[in-house]
Design a protein around this ligand. Structure first.
Ligand SMILES: [Zn+2]
Length: 288
């Protein structure tokens, strides 16, 4: 009996340690994959080699809620793309065959409680229309951006179904070198930080598993891990097309560069970098 009490007390202590959420797990839900020239993705990239660009969302199971970080390409992406993407941008933005997130989760009975957007660009927000009942968390600046920005960055039809926005502000709580953060469940396991630059309200998400392994999902601040380790910007044509504020994006690259230097065990995961994602479990498998 005494030993059981001790065990229970230890488990309770572990569960309440900052950065620890019992049973937390995540899975990459891949919706599409395209090959592109290495040089298009990062400054100084090779013109001879190809790079694989993934489209994916991150499904996260916390004991308090099931979350989706981004929605990736949704069921209506073809009509969204055909009707609103300017013809001259289409060749560069091809995405191939799509397996929408909801099509993958529904047969398994997975219910999403909350969506978090890394940012409102078309290839991250396309699947919002497949989850009209789910609240969508984003900073005020990104919600406004989604309402005023135009193609190719933002496709207005993706928001026309009436998004259940939940706007939020970051708090002045320093986390991993960032001056502001938002700890979603107060246990340090899922923490958002601002990455303003690529879009005004871009955010990154730290996921810390029970055993202390930590991952940083960095959205599109860089398309490639090399963009942070360099640091190196995107290819100039690409960044002119997609980065809303070049100086701010460059500052974010420097900040994440520093983050990696200070935390060599941290796994940084740009949203489209297939190579950086190759050791992470893809749905229906889980990293836990
Ligand atoms: Zn983007």
């Amino acid at each position: 009996m005494h030993r059981l009490c001790l065990l229970l007390a230890t488990l309770l202590t572990l569960a309440s340690l900052p950065g620890h959420a019992a049973g937390l797990r995540f899975s990459l839900v891949q919706t599409a994959e395209t090959k592109t020239l290495d040089a298009f993705t990062v400054e100084g990239g090779s013109w001879m080699q190809t790079a694989v660009a993934n489209h994916m969302a991150v499904l996260i199971e916390h004991h308090a809620a099931t979350l989706l970080f981004d929605t990736s390409l949704g069921r209506q992406v073809d009509s969204q793309f055909e009707s609103e993407m300017p013809w001259y941008d289409k060749p560069l933005l091809q995405y191939g065959e799509v397996r929408p997130v909801r099509d993958q989760l529904e047969p398994d009975g997975v219910r999403v409680d909350r969506i978090l957007l890394s940012h409102a660009h078309w290839d991250h927000a396309s699947g919002l229309a497949d989850f009209p009942e789910v609240p969508v968390w984003a900073p005020y600046a990104e919600i406004e951006f989604s309402q005023v920005a135009a193609p190719p960055a933002v496709l207005p039809s993706q928001f026309r179904h009436g998004v259940k926005w939940v706007p939020y502000d970051f708090l002045p709580n320093p986390f991993m070198g960032f001056e502001e953060s938002l700890d979603l469940f107060g246990d340090g396991s899922l923490v958002l930080v601002p990455l303003s630059g690529h879009t005004p309200g871009s955010v990154g998400l730290f996921i810390t598993l029970e055993d202390g392994r930590r991952f940083f999902f960095s959205g599109d601040a860089s398309w490639r891990l090399e963009g942070f380790t360099g640091p190196r910007e995107k290819f100039w044509i690409s960044r002119n097309m997609v980065d809303n504020d070049r100086d701010a994006t460059r500052a974010v690259l420097g900040q994440v560069h520093e983050l990696i230097e200070q935390n060599p065990s941290l796994t940084v995961v740009p949203a489209h970098d297939a190579r950086a994602q190759q050791h992470l479990a893809v749905y229906p498998n889980w990293t836990r």
